[in-house]
Design a protein around this ligand. Sequence first.
Ligand code: AHR
Length: 513
Amino acid sequence: MKNINYSSFVLALLCSVTILAQETIQVTVTADADAPVVSKHIYGHFAEHLGRCIYEGLYVGEENKIIPNTEGVRNDIIAALKELDIPNLRWPGGCFADTYHWKDGVGPKEDRPTIVNRWWGGTTEDNSFGTHNFLNLCEVLGAEPYLSANVGSGTVQELIDWVQYTNHDGISPMADWRRENGREEPWKVKYWGVGNETWGCGGNMTAEYYADIYRQYATFMPGWSGETKVYRIASGASEDDYHWTETLMKNVPHELMEAVALHDYAVFDWNDKGPSVNFDEEIYFKSMEQALNMEEYVTKHIEIMDKYDPEGNVDLFVDEWGGWYDAEPEVKNGVLFQQNTIRDVMIAGTVLNTFNNHAKRVKMANLAQMVNVLQAVILTDEEKMIKTPTYHVMHMYKVHHDAKLLPSTIEENVAFRGLPVLSVSASKDKKEKVHISVVNIDPEKDIEVEVDVSTLNIKNVQGSILTSDKLQDHNSFDNPEKVTPKEFKGAKLKKGKISLTIPAHSLIVLQGS
Ligand code: AHR
């Protein structure tokens, strides 16, 4: 036997134990009676008349005999969205909304005028997908419709006519017209956006000017819907434009405004957004840096809202968010069509954790966009349809819908080029099941995590994982199942602590019961 220097052996052993201990990130998840419920509306979607989102995507037309459809909307998409339990859907834009005149999209299709989609490719649309199609689709999906109304090129009268058309159950010109067009009962639309990006494509207004315009529009909106409370959403800031939020909170009486919006995309250079698939680590880093900014933006906008509205009467709706890259060049009519990879899983997982953790004020969010545009959950190619990796994130995170937030803390998060690698949120559902969603954004390193759940009375733990070999991996029409969730068996529960190794660029949802 070789001579062993026991003191250096013990020292080496202690060091390795210390290094191990240092590399294990400690997370604590606790219950708090005052914690908010994570509104299911945080898991909302957005469909704009843009590229192949509505036409050639969601809507293939009532006369289409090749692709099975319900009132022109693809049945395969309806089935996929039903599995997601989508809570709400925002339509018709986006920038398109402030060019859209809803009356052109109701009544006999052959009489409808065309509209040039001036923001998105200049295509001429025939207005065949209109208010009835959209609201009936929402009914089929069990989703709340969120109508984004035209302020930029519309009028107060046009908006209140729309509210009357969709919501009034008595005798009135618009309700009667709705009945003539085949719909007896009102749809009772609750969510109404008063303009979109009014600081930009919605009219290039100043915050002060828009606040006044908003007051005018909001004054005339309620009163048509019987018991349905109309929820008026002010067009909100972009990213860190805190002056915008401050001006709305200060200048608009809060009884006129149920929510203020915020838009934030993970885009690092508007002139060169980088490819959606063939990106390198540098681009990945920049995308994640942008995605993680959501935490700071949401925190600071909420601080302003807290200052003017400490009772929390006005909600924050992040009604556009997601990764935005260069469009795939070879896709015909593919305005803003992009592929969806493990990078998008990292963006969705971390951003949704932020929303969950700020659920006290963030009551709605809308991923941009649902089909064939930006960070879509569904991509189509004629008869084919695939679910993207982001679809699977939304499916895995369904467990947080209307569950009570369990506040979590992360001690000494490690860094990937200065970015915190671990992101966590947790909630307890109505059946008392605990769900913890954990994301490791590090492109290469697995991380050890220990989650202290000792106060939660958990006896069993199981989980599922969404990852793939490479960050660039994605689902394609030839290989639609490349990225799908798998069972995760690596979580061990001992003495009130769950220990696990979360692989590089992975998202795990644990369930404790
Ligand atoms: O989602 C695409 C566009 O992004 C929307 O039309 C607009 O609101 C935002 O700038």
